[in-house]
Design a protein around this ligand. Structure first.
Ligand code: HEC
Ligand code: HEC
Ligand code: HEC
Ligand code: HEC
Length: 505
């Protein structure tokens, strides 16, 4: 059966412009993923610890696991939280992230959450996003890649919902361990394996300490999807070839080699609806943020802080409850391994000390980015811009893109700056400068005509968009409710077709 699928795929590929074989709904249901089921390992003590990832009831000062909307500072949990960024929906307008962006919670929820999120189009037969989105949510990917080869990545997301129903296939044991080989740590993520190969590295030769971070780097990293033109359609790719810092990624995304990576030096995730700037969305670059931090430089691994040694019955094991260390004495015991001369309270205060400073600058960077979009919008609607001024306006758009990418490197990273405080602050300082420069250029592009209109506090210039979703975008009244929403197309009226693991219509 597998051979037949592979053969059909090859024939279609040979046909060139026809492109990739369609992977059918039935073919997906037939792939046997049962040997990955985490329940199989329930007799190991690590399993009991793993079950604690189901606790989503506790927040810390800046983080924690109670899911809520990350742009809502006004509502109490579980709708909102005191530390939020009110302009998230504005900044991502025109991109699916603007429909829903929630606080992350434990690994056991990853698959439930991706099947619920409004970013995937559940109002249509086609998800609008490919199956590749499952890469970091489940332990089943190696089986699908084995069955369908590289066609897997761009196949229809919805087909995989029923296939995951009623099983323990969220992030689980086989994502990080080789069950055929004494449960030793293993990299099962294809994109990480690829990224290391491009650096001439092989994880099989990595040290135990390196592996204690690399298993996390399978998912806690920035990535983009390759295009079919130069790469493999929709396959995740880590933009690490120039380095892992914001300036390296900027270089990669904006001046990269088209032959190699599938875009002509101007990678775009989407065009912002209001400023029409070509945007880059960062996703959770924990590994990249951490790698040159004080801890990264000293060889402290992710597992050193997030998987302390704990008692489980008679055994002492590595905690498999991956969460904020600040939540409990058990969590803080990780820090005490090395900072035993201090108290847990002192260590917690040091974490929050760094986070307070990063968060203040993050909010400023966010507002400056909104202001820059608004300036470019006004300038682009100003009548009769000369060709020279249009060139200036396009330079402004490039800086909007850069400012927001730098902000998002810190914003999307999940430690509120703790993983690398000085890098987080430097990145936000650059973000603010780029966004300010964008605003200045947009004003200059109108020969200062919009200067007066722009001279207002950002909250009076543009209000935060608090409500937005795929359902709401089906209503003209909603689009009329905020000047920026007016730039979106009205979506056709439709009911939910897919939700969770099931077809609901
Ligand atoms: C020096 C210890 C340390 C190291 C090393 C470390 N972390 Fe963290 N991590 C923390 C602390 C402290 C926080 C902040 C928790 C909070 O604010 O409640 C955190 C936060 C996080 C969060 C967000 C938790 C939440 O509650 O939302 C994630 C995800 C995370 N770390 C992943 C990683 C990954 C992946 C690595 C390795 C690339 C890593 N961490 C390395 C200590 C560490
Ligand atoms: C996100 C990656 C990840 C997942 C998922 C994971 N582990 Fe681990 N596991 C680790 C790391 C890291 C270590 C520490 C290994 C080391 O230090 O050599 C570890 C250690 C272990 C060990 C060695 C003893 C110990 O406690 O240090 C066993 C056994 C184990 N895990 C079983 C499991 C089981 C069972 C599951 C599923 C319920 C699981 N693991 C899921 C990363 C993971
Ligand atoms: C297969 C992908 C994958 C791997 C491997 C992985 N993570 Fe995660 N991690 C996720 C996803 C996805 C979430 C968010 C899940 C959700 O919100 O439904 C998450 C959430 C977390 C959180 C936040 C949990 C909370 O309490 O709110 C922490 C902390 C974390 N991961 C740390 C780690 C560490 C440390 C490692 C390596 C030992 C690791 N992760 C490996 C994908 C992964
Ligand atoms: C494996 C050892 C190790 C572990 C575990 C560890 N650290 Fe560290 N930490 C270090 C080293 C090494 C330094 C560098 C300074 C030094 O030598 O004291 C450091 C420095 C720091 C600093 C000062 C640097 C700065 O950026 O302000 C803070 C704060 C800190 N650690 C917090 C934590 C917290 C919180 C945890 C637990 C979540 C933790 N560390 C876990 C080894 C560790």
């Amino acid at each position: 059966m597998k051979k037949l699928i592979a053969l059909t795929a090859m024939l279609l590929l040979a046909a060139g412009s026809i492109g990739y074989a369609e992977i059918t709904f039935d073919a997906v249901q037939k792939v046997d993923v049962s040997h990955q089921d985490t329940l199989k390992f329930k007799n190991l003590p690590q399993y009991q610890s793993y079950q604690k990832n189901n606790d989503d009831t506790q927040m810390t000062e800046y983080n924690g696991s109670v899911p809520h909307r990350k742009h809502d500072c006004l509502s109490p949990l579980p709708e909102g939280f005191k530390h939020c960024q009110p302009y998230l929906k504005n900044l991502w307008l025109g991109y699916a992230f603007s429909y829903q962006y929630d606080r992350a919670r434990g690994h056991t929820y990853a698959i439930d959450d991706v099947f619920k999120i409004d970013r995937i189009n559940r109002y249509s037969e086609k998800a609008g996003l490919p199956a590749t989105c499952l890469n970091c949510k489940t332990n089943t990917i190696p089986d699908y890649v084995n069955a369908f080869g590289d066609d897997f990545w761009k196949s229809e997301f919805h087909h995989y919902r029923p296939a995951h129903d009623g099983k323990m296939n969220s992030i689980g044991c086989t994502n990080c361990h080789d069950q055929e080989n004494n449960f030793r740590l293993a990299i099962t993520s294809v994109p990480l394996d690829d990224a290391l190969k491009r650096q001439g590295k092989d994880w099989r030769e990595a040290s135990r300490d390196e592996m204690r971070s690399l298993v996390c780097a399978q998912c806690h990293v920035e990535y983009y999807f390759e295009t079919g033109v130069h790469g493999v359609a929709a396959k995740p790719h880590f933009p690490w070839d120039e380095g892992m810092n914001p300036a390296d990624m900027w270089e990669y995304y904006s001046n990269g080699q088209p032959e190699r990576d599938g875009f002509k030096g101007e990678f775009v995730d989407w065009n912002h609806s209001v400023s029409k700037s070509p945007m880059i969305k960062m996703q959770h670059p924990e590994y990249e943020m951490y790698h040159d931090s004080i801890h990264g430089a000293n060889g402290v691994s992710c597992a050193d802080c997030h998987m302390p040694r704990v008692k489980s019955g008679p055994a002492t094991i590595s905690s498999h409850h991956w969460t904020s260390p600040l939540k409990s004495d058990e969590g803080m015991s990780a820090c005490m391994e090395c900072h035993g001369d201090k108290t847990p309270e002192f260590m917690k205060d040091r974490v929050v000390f760094h986070q307070d400073k990063v968060w203040t600058q993050l909010l400023i960077a966010q507002e400056k980015s909104v202001r820059a979009h608004e300036a470019v919008r006004m300038a682009s609607e100003y009548p009769n811009l000369s060709p020279q001024n249009n060139t200036i306006l396009n330079e402004a758009r490039d800086l909007v893109r850069k400012g927001q990418m730098y902000w998002d490197y810190v914003s999307a990273e999940n430690s509120a700056g703790f993983h690398n405080p000085s890098k987080a602050l430097e990145t936000l300082a650059f973000s603010q400068q780029y966004s300010d420069d964008a605003t200045q250029l947009a004003i200059r592009a109108t020969d200062y005509a919009i200067a007066k209109a722009m001279d207002k506090p950002v909250k009076e210039l543009v209000t935060p968009i608090m409500e937005h979703s795929r359902k709401l975008q089906q209503s003209q009244t909603h689009l009329d409710s905020h000047p920026w929403l007016g730039y979106l197309p009205l979506l056709p009226e439709a009911d939910l077709i897919w939700n969770g693991y099931k077809r609901v219509k």
